[in-house]
Design a protein around this ligand. Structure first.
Ligand code: TRP
Length: 448
């Protein structure tokens, strides 16, 4: 196998940059933005949490995302093989390739709860179509969600449907096709969120909602909240397990990675903030609690839809869009593993259905046990992804040669490159380590 990158830039055109943007945005924007961000913001007290999350996106997420795309582009293959190849090139141990392998496992573990929540969204498509909650008041809508959690049959049904659709798309290898869908549906989702924010501004307690999200009361900020904010920065940008690295292989040679990544991160962040701004005003207007947990979206939005004229129509469309956003994300959770197995001689359909099957079984476990659901979520989001990100930052910042890195990022402006590289070498790794130590309580002990 040749060392050095294969100059495929001639065959790669503007079209593939667009492919990358759609695929990466499709991966990033998903349940993390619309379901998870609002509910963890609610649980961890609002404004100060949001601020730490934004700081983590800026100082850790964006630098690491540029690094992942750069590694993927330089390696031009699946994450595990890309890391192995680049490590060899830098005379570093080939065991760096294990990072790619661990990432694939993390992807499957995320899929084991992601697909259950995507199933909830599908259940709400069906409930909106049939008007099941149209006549209910806020309290009844709350217990409606609780009864879904209590019904393992309904969850199993929709979890299975979602798993099957994800597996079929990945097996067919039509990631490009789903990219095209994202092209149309993402702006639509964006429009819907704006509409919902408008609705909340008129009918909800908008000012209470905004105060909750943006007043920074640091006395409410626990060390756990800081860890969760950092973990979510990785989760929402799909970082730390090689998903973005896998898509980086599509990125055309020599166009700059920096602006593209900034655009994706900005879009992702705006969508999350809009989702929060749509939900919290309804929380306060209906005497709900912001920290009610994972049901937040499935309680607040149905309240809005049940009061709106044409609400069941809007509700059906909205939850369908959320499900599709979840689909374009879930694809990127199993695609790296499938690509790797395929390269090592296992046919795509077989590798897809094996991996999706494992994730499906894990999903059944999370349906039946809230504890398993939580462990899968917390272990991957707050530990595995930041750890993966830390190693990626070290690899791109300290192991790979500076010139090679500069060449591959395509960031030609020397000062911008220097800022990024500094963030990657120092701010991101030290930030991640500090937050880990802080949440272990070690930071306080060190400082004493
Ligand atoms: N970013 C997606 C979301 O916010 C979830 C996701 C897709 C993801 N691929 C990933 C998270 C890879 C971590 C790693 O919904």
């Amino acid at each position: 196998m040749a060392t050095g990158s294969t100059p495929t830039s001639t065959s790669v055109t503007w079209g593939s940059r667009w492919t990358f943007i759609l695929a990466a945005t499709g991966s990033a924007v998903g349940l993390g933005n619309i379901w998870k961000f609002p509910y963890i913001t609610g649980e961890y007290g609002g404004g100060a949490f949001v601020l730490v999350y934004l700081a983590c996106i800026l100082a850790i997420g964006i630098p690491v995302m540029i690094a992942e795309v750069m590694i993927g582009r330089a390696g031009r293959t699946d994450p595990a093989d890309a890391m192995t190849k680049l490590a060899r090139e830098s005379n570093a141990p080939r065991q760096w390739g294990l990072l790619g392998a661990v990432g694939m496992i993390a992807g499957l573990m995320i899929m084991m709860f992601y697909s259950v929540v995507a199933g909830w969204a599908l259940e709400y498509v069906s409930q909106s179509v049939t008007g099941a909650y149209s006549h209910l008041d806020a309290t009844a809508i709350e217990s409606n969600f609780s009864s879904l959690l209590a019904s393992s049959d309904r969850q199993l049904l929709w979890h299975s449907v979602f798993s099957l659709v994800t597996a079929s798309v990945v097996a067919a290898g039509v990631t490009g096709g789903i990219g095209k869908a994202v092209d149309i549906l993402m702006p639509l989702l964006f429009g819907f969120l704006l509409l919902l924010v408008g609705y909340s501004a008129v009918n909800g307690d908008f000012s209470a909602g905004l105060h909750f999200m943006f007043d920074t009361d640091f006395s409410r900020l626990t060390s756990e909240a800081v860890l969760v904010a950092m973990g979510h920065a990785f989760f929402t940008l799909s970082l730390g397990m090689g998903a973005i690295m896998a898509y980086g292989a599509y990125f055309p040679g020599h166009s700059s990675i920096g602006t593209t990544v900034l655009t994706i991160a900005a879009l992702d962040t705006i969508i999350a903030l809009l989702a929060g701004m749509a939900m919290f005003p309804l929380v306060f207007a209906n005497d709900l609690v912001p920290g009610q947990g994972p049901g937040l979206m499935f309680v607040t939005l149905p309240i809005a839809f049940s009061n709106m004229s044409g609400g069941m129509f809007f509700g059906s469309l909205f939850f369908a869009l959320v499900s599709i956003a979840a689909l374009s994300s879930s694809i990127s959770l199993i695609e790296p593993g499938v690509a790797w197995l395929e390269k090592h001689g296992i046919k795509r359909p077989i590798s897809t259905f094996s991996l999706a099957g494992i994730a499906w079984l894990g999903g059944i476990a999370s349906i039946h046990s809230g504890t398993i659901f939580n462990i899968l979520d917390k272990l991957t989001t707050n530990i595995m992804l930041p750890l993966g990100g830390l190693l990626i930052a070290i690899f791109a910042g300290w192991i790979m040669q500076r010139d090679r890195v500069q060449d591959e990022t395509g960031i030609s402006h020397p000062r911008i490159f220097a800022v990024w590289r500094f963030a990657l070498r120092y701010i991101a790794p030290l930030g991640i380590i500090a937050i880990f130590l802080h949440s272990l309580g070690l930071m306080g002990w060190v400082m004493r």
